[in-house]
Design a protein around this ligand. Structure first.
Ligand code: PAF
Length: 286
């Protein structure tokens, strides 16, 4: 496995690649979720490049950019073991240069003023910016993203379609701890007592999914709002010290809102456990 630090090195690797190139963009602090993205790429593509870059433009002023875990040495070992051919490890200067950019990306508010975008107003502009830069540098045939960040995946798919990037986006299912807690680089911020209660968020999501399925089986309609309120009450009780940012049921396809359950409903939630913000989602479906 080769570590590349300069754009010219990535371009050369792309030029030498005689088969399909898979890109796995990450911010490092790699866990099983990332390794599953890498393994999917290795299985599907001739060569795989993983990027590790904590992207400053997707963090708001009061967010955890400075504190975000940086574990490069361990990450490199994990990438190699998972079968990556290259790791791109750029600095801020390599990606953004030293001057303020003239052109940035502005993602329409329809997708990004809801869910995570509500409390992170600049986040998806920053994600679109870095992901498009990485696509332009590596020119992959396929890029892999986790379904855990479902809103991000939706924004990236739409960006790829709008800007005609010549590549395929593959969404990879969320990897969970045995407790059900979705794997996340931010889980390491959780104290022992927080780790003990955080999996209850996923338990509540499953209870709501089962309720939705039961209503459907009996051909009864149920308002999305009543299920959401029930879920919020359960989370407040089962996750002491938590603060719910949102718990919403929306369309999987376009994140739109319906009064009743639709054929492609999905639960989306973000909950602060102590000071750590955890996100998760679960398909309710037909
Ligand atoms: O999901 C992430 O880790 C980041 O948002 C991404 C896609 C690597 C862009 O910085």
């Amino acid at each position: 496995m080769k570590v590349l630090r300069e754009i010219s090195e990535v371009r050369e690797a792309r030029k030498q690649c005689r088969s399909t190139l898979g890109l796995v963009p990450t911010m490092g602090a790699l866990h099983e979720g990332h390794l599953s993205l890498i393994r999917n790429s290795v299985a599907k593509c001739g060569e795989t490049i993983v990027s590790i870059f904590v992207n400053p433009t997707q963090f708001g002023p009061n967010e955890d950019y400075e504190k975000y875990p940086r574990t490069v040495e361990e990450d490199l070992k994990k990438c190699e073991a998972a079968g990556a051919d290259y790791v791109f490890l750029p600095t801020n200067e390599v990606i953004y240069g030293t001057e303020k950019p003239l052109v940035t990306l502005n993602v329409d508010k329809e997708l990004t003023s809801v869910l995570c975008g509500k409390s992170r107003p600049i986040h998806f502009n920053g994600v679109a910016q870095i992901v498009s830069i990485l696509f332009n540098i590596a020119q992959p045939d396929i890029a892999f993203f986790g379904e855990k960040d479902y809103q991000q995946l939706t924004v990236i798919r739409k960006m790829v379609s709008d800007l005609h990037f010549p590549l395929e986006i593959v969404g990879v299912p969320t990897v969970r701890e045995a407790s059900g807690l979705a794997k996340s680089s931010r889980n390491r911020y959780l104290s022992e007592s927080e780790l003990a209660v955080a999996p209850n968020i996923y338990k509540v999501m499953n209870i709501i999914k089962e309720k939705a399925e039961a209503y459907r089986k009996e051909n009864k309609t149920v308002s999305v709002e009543s299920l959401e309120n029930e879920a919020k009450k359960m989370i407040s009780e089962l996750v002491p010290g938590s603060k719910i940012d949102y718990f919403e049921i929306r369309s999987t396809k376009d994140l739109g809102r319906n009064e009743d359950l639709s054929d492609d409903s999905r639960i989306f939630t973000a909950v602060y456990v102590g000071t750590t913000r955890l996100i998760d989602n679960l398909y309710i479906g037909k």
